[in-house]
Design a protein around this ligand. Structure first.
Ligand code: HEM
Ligand code: HEM
Length: 176
């Protein structure tokens, strides 16, 4: 099958989201294992300071995720007819919003009963489950070619960063 072409603006925002989610998810996993660990323990404990990296990834993710959501409800709207794409957006909101009410003090003092903490963990699990579905759904619909198209680095003529404003204006021009 011929590899589909994804707009460069979507590829950039999507890759930045996936990267920041990845760092947040993995640092969260280690923090969970170090402090909570009721469900599982990693075989090793990481002694370093992961809060800062976790907060950094989370704070970076917030504006990027808003951009992805804005893109997805406008220019990428037709892709949201695939439920697995919409679920990823919704799942992102859980750890991002609950993160604003999280405190590292809870981890150190073992206070795992806070509602915000439970929502934060739920978001973490939903993202993992959602991502499996997200990728499986893309594989089923377009195979490796579709999945790879999202990570492709080629940029066609008329799809450079200087073309993004035009693409956005055109979209709004047609959907007024
Ligand atoms: C997809 C996974 C996750 C994402 C996207 C995420 C995102 C965030 C965000 C945006 C914040 C707020 C940062 C700030 O402004 O201070 C935060 C804070 C926090 N997260 Fe996560 N998180 C995830 C998973 C986890 C997991 C599994 C744990 C472990 C139990 C965890 C523990 C914490 C803690 C303790 C804080 C508070 C940090 C502080 O007060 O300094 N997170 N997270
Ligand atoms: C973990 C963070 C991720 C989030 C939040 C996310 C979210 C999204 C969203 C919202 C869309 C629809 C965009 C639009 O409406 O224009 C999308 C499309 C897509 N994503 Fe992701 N994604 C993530 C990770 C990944 C990963 C790791 C892969 C590949 C391994 C991937 C592959 C794809 C593909 C192939 C499409 C296009 C599918 C289609 O046309 O239906 N995504 N993603």
């Amino acid at each position: 099958m011929k590899q589909p072409y994804q707009p460069s603006l979507l590829r950039l925002i999507h890759a930045a989201t996936a990267g920041a989610v990845g760092v947040g998810w993995l640092t969260g996993l280690v923090i969970y294992s170090n402090y909570d660990g009721r469900l599982f323990h990693l075989p090793w404990a990481y002694g370093g300071n992961l809060w800062e990296l976790h907060e950094y990834a989370g704070n970076l993710l917030l504006p990027i995720a808003i951009l992805l959501a804005l893109y997805a409800v406008t220019l990428g709207n037709w892709r949201l007819h695939k439920p697995s794409n919409t679920v990823m957006l919704l799942a992102l909101a859980l750890p991002l919003l609950s993160g604003q009410g999280m405190h590292k003090k809870w981890m150190i003092e073992g206070q795992f009963d806070h509602l915000m903490y439970k929502i934060h963990l739920l978001g973490w699990m939903l993202i993992a489950a959602g991502l499996i579905w997200h990728v499986a759904s893309a594989l089923q619909r377009g195979g490796v070619a579709l999945v790879a198209s999202m990570a492709d680095l080629q940029v066609k003529e008329h799809d450079n960063p200087t073309d993004w404003p035009n693409q956005i204006f055109n979209w709004f021009g047609h959907h007024r």
